[in-house]
Design a protein around this ligand. Structure first.
Ligand code: DX5
Ligand code: ZN
Length: 220
């Protein structure tokens, strides 16, 4: 599957947003990954509906909205989403997972089911018909700059196998958390193809955005 890059917008220097979007467009990045945090599902607040609306006005790059919020089954529609955008719903965030995923589809976007590191992949068996991708957290969600949880590499390969043997070869695997150049290589061999790029790659302080994107592209 084609390797895709989704830079994490929570890592962007807000004073340089316009230039950053220009670079992302020039470098043909695939999605803008937007971490929405409600202070309850995860121990942090981050980004939101107005931020997404503002981005929609500034760029035509598709959004990859990662909802780390409780009860997304009625909040997804507050976001400006449509064709080409993706929205992730966490298994752990709702008892109405299928309802939330079908709402995303009804709004015209691509539904993704997301799992925290400790959540077994068995949990998603009966929603595989409702999703385009599986997002595997490779750190506990809430913050940038954390270390990879090593057993999540095995989880990527287990998920790829689980999808393939059940006839879902077309479902993509997105990875989020400490996607460094080194870890991206291992994640790719394990079977992922969409990479959330944060402080470990594209936003590394010692590299330009362009170099970060190019180096990541080389290993995926
Ligand atoms: C949370 C975020 C972070 C982060 C990823 O869902 O998406 O995981 O920005 O980048 P790193 O871990 O490289 O800072
Ligand atoms: Zn994320």
């Amino acid at each position: 599957m084609k390797g895709k890059i989704a830079p994490s917008m929570m890592c962007v220097d807000a004073f340089k947003l316009e230039d950053t979007l220009k670079t992302f467009k020039e470098e043909k990045i695939d999605y803008l990954h937007i971490d929405v945090m409600d202070g309850t599902f995860v121990p942090n607040f981050m980004l939101g509906t107005d931020y997404c609306k503002m981005l929609k006005k500034k760029t035509d790059l598709p959004l990859d909205i990662h909802l780390m919020i409780n009860n997304p089954e009625y909040k997804a529609e507050w976001f400006p989403i449509g064709e080409g955008d993706m929205v992730s719903i966490h298994v752990e965030s709702t008892v109405h997972l299928q309802r939330a995923l079908s709402l995303v589809k009804r709004l015209g976007a691509k539904p993704i089911v997301a799992l925290n590191p400790a959540t077994p992949i068995e949990e998603i068996r009966y929603v595989l018909d409702d999703v385009c991708a599986v997002l595997l957290m490779t750190v506990n969600p809430g913050y940038a700059g954390q270390a990879l949880i090593p057993q999540t590499l095995k989880k990527i390969s287990d998920t790829r196998k689980f999808l393939d043997i059940n006839g879902y070869e077309h479902i993509e695997i997105e990875v989020d958390g400490n996607v460094s150049f080194e870890n991206a290589k291992l994640m790719k061999s394990a079977g992922s193809n969409i990479y959330v790029a944060g402080s470990s790659s594209v936003f590394r302080k010692d590299l330009s955005l362009e170099d970060g994107i190019r180096l990541l592209r080389k290993v995926i």
